[in-house]
Ligand binder design. Structure first.
Ligand code: ATP
Length: 357
């Protein structure tokens, strides 16, 4: 029996409200498993913790996260609690740097029932990989601002890009092997205008040459924004710089019908954080009406990742089963939260997923 230790950060706003039913579902799955158990270990982090202690991301929490098998993180940050310089508290971004989680994985999948704004999307199942530690976020918080100009730096390194592209091709190979993708990786850049992106593309091509069994192509980011809307079914894995990925992943969430359905993972060589794409939704916090599905889908991604990493087929199958249970709830459409046009509470929506399992 394998035991996986999962560090849990409950977060702020709706964070704890969506985490609690997600952990209940994971416990239900884990208790029925024959080859593994999940052990949850809660640690503090976030804006409420900062308000109480003056620390948003305690070192002990980072160390616990580093030692864990996986990290589940809910939404973080509150508009009224800020650092003395007025900036928002974003430990969910800081932990990506602390643990070198360079690959931001944002799946975009549209199944019947998804409230997509697209008229006839057809099957859509692609994964956007956003580099998460450098790019245009390199000078985050330290950009130069004078009376006359403001300057931020975009930095692309060989070391991170090589790891990022290896990750993208490995993911495409896994998806192809499991019948979920065609085995194609698209590099999204602006290599026609910026030398840094020509460099990015060159490193991508070098990795692509090592994978003759997979297809590789390129797209400029502006064209990709158009194609994600006009032919989203044409893509399998796409990989891009931090800021481009930040923007395109919200476009992907929009295609799926909103932030309440968009899961994500931030993955490095040794650690991985799984969290919904949305924020803490202070406007609806405390009412028990937040949509838990993005958090539950993020938990499903965690099971998938643990399955591959620990070569445990049961936990990988449980990840797929959990994702399918969420999709079945969406397709039936009877028990949905307010953001999806329904009247269900957080607990009722999570219970519907548990019932599907
Ligand atoms: P951040 O900057 O931290 O990402 P944000 O300001 O972009 O946050 P969110 O907190 O994600 O905003 O909320 C944006 C809108 O989406 C709000 O109206 C919020 O109520 C809604 N929303 C976000 N997540 C959910 C959810 N899980 N269920 C229902 N509504 C949600």
């Amino acid at each position: 029996m394998q035991t996986f230790s999962i560090v849990v950060f409950d977060g702020d706003g709706i964070g704890p409200e969506i985490m609690a039913p997600t952990l209940a579902i994971l416990t239900q799955i884990s208790e029925a498993a024959t080859s593994y158990r999940l052990a949850f270990d809660h640690h503090p982090m976030g804006a409420s913790h900062y308000a109480k202690t003056g620390e948003a991301l305690p070192e002990a929490s980072v160390e616990a996260a580093r030692r864990s098998d996986a990290i589940l993180l809910s939404a973080m940050g509150l508009p009224d609690i800020r650092y003395p310089d007025g900036t928002e508290i974003t430990p969910q971004i800081d932990i990506r740097i602390a643990l070198d989680l360079y690959a931001g994985v944002r799946p975009v999948r549209i199944v019947p029932g998804h409230p997509t704004p697209l008229a006839a999307p057809g099957p859509v199942d692609f994964v956007l990989i956003r580099e998460s530690t450098e790019g245009l976020f390199h000078t985050k918080g330290t950009g130069e601002v004078t009376e006359d100009y403001a300057k931020e730096t975009l930095r692309i390194t060989r070391a991170t890009s090589e790891k990022l592209f290896r990750f993208a091709f490995d993911l495409a190979a896994q998806r192809k092997a499991s019948g979920r993708g065609s085995g194609k990786v698209t590099c999204v850049d602006k290599a026609n205008v910026f030398r840094a992106f020509a460099y990015f593309r060159e490193l991508f091509d070098a990795e692509a040459a090592k994978h003759p069994e997979l297809a590789a192509d390129h797209a400029y980011v502006d064209a990709m924004a158009l194609w994600m809307v006009t032919r989203p079914g044409a893509f399998d894995v796409m990989v891009t710089e931090n800021m481009f990925g930040d923007i395109l992943s919200d476009l992907g969430a929009g295609l799926m019908g909103g932030l309440g359905l968009a899961p994500s993972a931030d993955i490095g060589d040794d650690n991985a954080v799984f969290q919904p794409c949305h924020g803490t939704a202070p406007d609806i916090a405390g009412q028990g009406i937040a949509n838990p599905l993005a958090m539950i889908l993020s938990a499903a991604m965690m099971l998938d990742w643990l399955g591959v990493r620990a070569e445990n087929a049961e936990i990988a199958a449980d990840g797929a089963r959990l994702r399918e249970a969420v999709e079945a709830v969406l397709t039936e459409g009877a028990i949905l939260t307010g953001d999806l046009g329904g009247k269900a509470t957080t607990e009722e929506a999570a219970a519907a997923v548990a019932a599907q399992l």
